[in-house]
Design a binder for this molecule. Sequence first.
Ligand code: SF4
Ligand code: MG
Length: 317
Amino acid sequence: KDTILEVKNLKKYFNVSGGVLKAVDDVSFYIRKGETLGLVGESGCGKSTTGRTIIGLYEATEGSVVFDGMKIHNMKKDVRKKFTRKAQMIFQDPYASLNPRMTVGDIIGEGIDIHHLYKGKERMERIYNLLETVGLNREHVNRFPHEFSGGQRQRIGIARAMAIEPEFIVCDEPISALDVSIQAQIVNLLMNLQQEKNLTYLFIAHDLSMVKHISDRVAVMYLGVIVEMTESGELYKNPLHPYTKALLSAVPIPDPDIEKNRERIILRGDVPSPINPPEGCRFKNRCKYAMDICGQVTPKLKEIGNGHYVSCHLFDK
Ligand code: SF4
Ligand code: MG
């Protein structure tokens, strides 16, 4: 499959009191057309900022984002308009991301109007169709967000994102705020839409079990950097970075034999502040393999074979 999104050396810094908050600090990855890349890490590791910068909600500090041949960093107005037609975002909090004063029909229709896609009767038909596609119905069109449950509101958010027929969607923890019983339904809806429309997803989540079923590949983030990236199955079978191993050891495995013999890795110490982050490897204060070099040289994300990337001095040649 062809690469549709390429992110190279992306940095997003914020000036804050006390220094520079390096939320995203030299992140590179690619996503192939029709694929889902899971982006996983603890809260505050920079995954949402990565998603928002890619989509253009934040201006990048440095680096490049290329989507389907379009350079998005510092893009010109006409390129931006073309890109916003093709890329959308689904937000974590369906309560906060829908305008409480707008009807469901107007929320979904907004993008259609901005991009002058349909008018009048066609526009209404499109909105009815979208409601049905996401599992709601046309009688919902004149209601307001507060009249719906959390899961239904996320369905409205998905319909809004789908309204302009995007090719790429950043899903920023779209199920984290929902009841466990609803999560699978929303994941299934997203996966069905992906199949039908050949959508490409960047799927952000804070734990590995959440992205396991939806992702073709997974990238693990820690304190503003990607520490490991590979095919989903490979990551769960053969994690290499000490941080990924620790994260995975917290995910329960249904097979009791494996579960019994498994090494549990308890992470000690805290995540350092992203304001003026430490030199060298950012994981070193919590890593039981840390060596002298880890305090001096920042490990680069390198391919060690078969599309499996890791940034750790244990894998230096
Ligand atoms: Fe641990 Fe060093 Fe690898 Fe960092 S580079 S994860 S400190 S071994
Ligand atoms: Mg977030």
